[in-house]
Design a protein around this ligand. Structure first.
Ligand SMILES: Nc1nc2c(c(=O)[nH]1)N[C@H]1C(S)=C(S)[C@@H](COP(=O)(O)OP(=O)(O)OC[C@H]3O[C@@H](n4cnc5c(=O)[nH]c(N)nc54)[C@H](O)[C@@H]3O)O[C@H]1N2
Ligand SMILES: Nc1nc2c(c(=O)[nH]1)N[C@H]1C(S)=C(S)[C@@H](COP(=O)(O)OP(=O)(O)OC[C@H]3O[C@@H](n4cnc5c(=O)[nH]c(N)nc54)[C@H](O)[C@@H]3O)O[C@H]1N2
Ligand SMILES: [Mo]
Length: 774
């Protein structure tokens, strides 16, 4: 049967290190998945849930946004980490009012995020009033009244912030933005601001739409797949099946990463007999690039492609495509020809031979896909870097043809759908006008705040109410000390959550926890089962239906919470039919069909065998809705990251045993880190050169000079007691887990043009740890 929640917190002294694994998945992944599931939910519930995960008529995996196969689905269409995500949500452990009576806020504030999450599902709405030391129960009606009264008391609706995490369904997202806009604000920051915002900005500028242009079936038709800045073995494990299939069809795969991530190097498909025994090597080539070296890599490859064209004119540049569909080519060519390959070698740490070999593969490939994730987006020049990758594809005519295209691999399972539904602080006029016409409201037109701007506003007292639709704002955001102070500065913080996390402990003067149904839960409204819908990374929209009996009768769906709050806030005369929407989610989808582009006949189409695919003009018709009416070649000055003397560049990343700030367990099996999380991985030669020894405890001190005040002394931020682990990574580069290292990320250190916090390039120095008992 399932086990009780752990009483003990993490003891970093127990941490052990073993050699990294060379192959991902395999039988071990299946046993780990099942063990975790049974621990959390027992045998019966495990069987009931996992058999419906990612099946037609089942529910969508709440983990990553990788699409489902369009053809036959396997009996077990999920991965180890998908099973962990489900177990985490479908757990039978509960956090009840008795739990809150037992644990004071001070007590909870000392626990790790891991311990908090492991306690189980929150069962009742809870409130914390000024001066309280414990959360206590509150009725739903009183909770809504409290929120509505506070919102009505603001001097402007722009003093409220409505955050969204990407697990929220399309139906919730649509209603939630409608609530914010009916109130009168566009303050709709979301996790995407910290995630693929750079991809959206780059692709919108290059090809006129901020979404990827490939579908899952393209993988079987690709000649060449580049995977840059992504760790699919852990974060998108089902992608490995597509990659293995691509290889079976003869594709070559190149991994571009500072770390030899296990899933990129080897993969055993646990679902095929062959996979049990042999496994496949995923990457044909591994380019162990230096952090932040990707822009240089793509520019270097651009130069080499032009040189190849000179040697064999008419074979490399796709003139027909370039002439018919692009703008800015001549300038791009001029810029590429001037690239200094010596600088590229220095910036990337790669050899001329590696660069030439990669260029040759690009020149020969008839169908190329470029995939990427956080290694590219969370960089100061992430937007430009993604534009450079897109330039290479445009040059070769690789957009809008089978087996080719751009593939930003999204994180949260519905982060892309939330955007489509209007969760964005700067939705275009066409969307706002359609929304207003449908509902007879007047949406505000001034742009709202994104995540970083929202933190600044709370810090400075310009925002007074924080409402979180899921997520864990306190831990996921940069500059933890600043963000925590910002949240504490609010009059009211409201968290709609499934599980306990740090954002419940770091709160405004008054705080509410509103417990909600998850995707696995049966959502009954007036006795009728409801379904929600989601959009994956490749623009496929489909239904998701939970069937598990919720752990408490007090849980409400996210849709119900939005509708009931709106009724309280706007009264029954409001033009939006909130109560109808709550009762029947088909009615929400009818409204979506009239407001959101590409969603006509939503209710009918979403019930198709695989749901339906949203339009994507470049993919569908080589149509580019940019200002020039063409796909744009971007010309960017080269930026890369030299390592200052005696310093390191740190990236913050995910272990194999976490989902963002949700820590499933303490086993980063592939990297060989067990029983703890406070490690910093660096090249053995750097450990020695900096005067340390392996296994020693160090403090990480980040150093940052705000470009706005170049003469000021560098700002310093510190985290303490991290163990030094020798690991394969380029000299001068380091890696440590998120969110433990978020205190090191300066709030104002953001990517150009996307405002995404720079979580993959933090300048640090190491200091010997002086307080072993801290
Ligand atoms: N199990 C699980 N699944 C998840 C998540 C999870 O936490 N757990 N999170 C979800 C979310 S929201 C997201 S956004 C995705 C995240 O998916 P990923 O982007 O794969 O996640 P990270 O762990 O941040 O890994 C970043 C990768 O980029 C590499 N990298 C870092 N800097 C650079 C660089 O400068 N250049 C290059 N070329 N590579 C670099 C790192 O070594 C690492 O392999 O996963 C989603 N899926
Ligand atoms: N340093 C550093 N910081 C980063 C990153 C990094 O790589 N490095 N990555 C960034 C990225 S890519 C992302 S996407 C963000 C993630 O930021 P968030 O999306 O804000 O964080 P999560 O950890 O995914 O949120 C987990 C919480 O969501 C709640 N939850 C889970 N399921 C549901 C549900 O169905 N409904 C509701 N209402 N709540 C639910 C639970 O209470 C859980 O504690 O973090 C960003 N922060
Ligand atoms: Mo993400």
């Amino acid at each position: 049967m399932h086990r009780a929640a752990p009483k003990q917190d993490i003891d970093e002294a127990e941490l052990t290190v073993s050699p990294p694994k060379t192959q991902a998945a395999g039988v071990r992944a299946v046993t780990v998945a099942l063990e975790r599931a049974v621990e959390e939910m027992g045998v019966v519930r495990t069987a009931r849930t996992l058999s419906r995960l990612n099946q037609r008529h089942g529910f969508d995996c709440p983990s990553c946004a990788w699409p489902d196969p369009t053809g036959t689905r396997r009996v077990a269409e999920f991965c180890e980490n998908g099973a962990k995500a489900v177990a985490e949500e479908a757990t039978l452990r509960t956090v009840t009012p008795e739990f809150f009576a037992e644990h004071s806020l001070r007590d909870l504030a000392e626990k790790s995020g891991y311990w908090l999450g492991q306690q189980g599902r929150i069962t009742e709405p809870m409130v914390l009033r000024p001066g309280d030391e414990h959360y206590s129960p509150i009725s739903w009606d009183d909770a809504y009244r409290l929120i509505a009264d506070t919102l009505r008391g603001l001097s402007t609706p722009d003093e409220a912030v409505f955050y969204t995490s990407g697990r929220t369904s399309n139906e919730t997202a649509f209603l939630y933005q409608l609530l914010a806009r009916s109130l009168g604000t566009n303050n709709l920051p979301d996790c995407s601001n910290m995630c693929h915002e750079s991809s959206g900005a780059a692709l919108t500028s290059s090809i006129g739409i901020g979404k990827g242009s490939v579908t899952i079936d393209d993988f079987a038709h690709a000649d060449l797949i580049l995977i840059a800045g992504q760790n699919p073995g852990t974060n998108h494990p089902r992608m490995l099946s597509s990659l293995a299939e691509a290889k079976a069809h003869g594709a070559r795969i190149i991994a571009v990463n500072p770390l030899p991530e296990t899933g990129l190097i080897g993969f055993r498909d646990p679902q095929t007999v062959k996979g049990f025994t042999t496994g496949v090597e995923i990457a044909d080539d591994f380019l162990q690039i230096r952090l932040g070296g990707d822009m240089a890599l793509f520019q270097g490859l651009g130069k080499l492609l032009f040189e190849a064209e000179d040697r064999a004119p008419g074979t490399v540049v796709d003139r027909t495509f370039v002439n018919a569909h692009t703008a800015g080519f001549a300038e791009y060519e001029k810029h590429m020809r001037a690239v200094d390959l010596g600088v590229v070698e220095q910036a990337t740490g790669l050899t001329r031979e590696q660069l030439e070999r990669t260029a040759r593969l690009l020149a020969e490939s008839k169908a190329t896909i470029v995939c990427w994730a956080m290694g590219l987006t969370q960089q100061v020049h992430g937007v430009a870097t993604i534009e450079e990758a897109t330039n290479l594809l445009l040059l070769r005519g690789m957009i809008g043809k089978p087996g080719a295209g751009v593939c930003p691999v999204r994180g949260h399972s519905n982060v892309q759908g939330d955007r489509t539904m209007g969760i964005w602080e700067q939705m275009p006029e066409t969307f706002l006008a359609a929304l207003d016409a449908e509902f007879g409201i007047t949406s505000p037109r001034r742009h709202g705040w994104d995540t970083v701007a929202a933190i600044r506003a709370m810090r400075d007292g310009r925002a007074k109410v924080f409402f979180g639709m899921g997520g864990n704002f306190a831990s996921a955001t940069p500059d933890t000390d600043v963000t925590e102070a910002a949240l504490r500065n609010c009059e009211l913080t409201v968290q709609v959550s499934t599980k306990l996390n740090r954002s419940h402990v770091v709160h405004g003067r008054t705080a509410l926890i509103l417990p909600t149904l998850g995707r696995t839960d049966d959502d009954l409204q007036d006795g009728k089962r409801q379904q929600v819908s989601v959009e994956d990374s490749m623009s496929m929209v489909h239904l998701s239906t939970g069937r598990l009996t919720p752990v408490s009768e007090h849980l409400r769906s996210e849709v119900a919470i939005v509708c009931e709050l709106a009724r309280e806030l706007f009264g029954p005369e409001h033009p939006v039919p909130w109560e109808q929407f709550r009762r029947d989610y088909d009615r929400i989808r009818d409204a979506i069909a009239r407001v959101v582009p590409g969603c006509a006949e939503y209710n009918r189409k979403v019930r198709g065998r695989n749901g339906f695919q949203l339009p994507h003009p470049p993919r569908d018709a080589r149509e580019f809705r940019t200002a020039t009416g063409k796909a744009n070649f971007a010309t960017n000055a080269l930026h890369w990251l030299p390592v200052p003397e005696g310093r390191l560049i740190l990236q913050t990343l995910r272990s194999h045993d976490q989902y963002n700030t949700t820590i499933y367990g303490l086993d980063d099996r592939y990297r060989g880190i067990h029983n703890g999380r406070k490690v910093v991985l660096l090249n053995a030669e750097d450990i020695a050169a900096l005067g340390f020894v392996e296994d020693e405890l160090v403090d990480l001190v980040s150093e940052w000079t705000n470009p706005a005040t170049p003469d000021a002394a560098p700002q310093e931020r510190r985290v303490s007691g991290f163990r030094l682990v020798a690991y394969s990574t380029p000299r001068g580069n380091a890696a440590a887990y998120y969110p433990e290292t978020n205190p090191l990320v300066p709030l104002d250190h953001v990517a150009r043009r996307s405002n995404t916090p720079v979580s993959k390039a933090i300048t640090i120095r190491l200091e010997r740890h002086r307080h072993p008992h801290e």
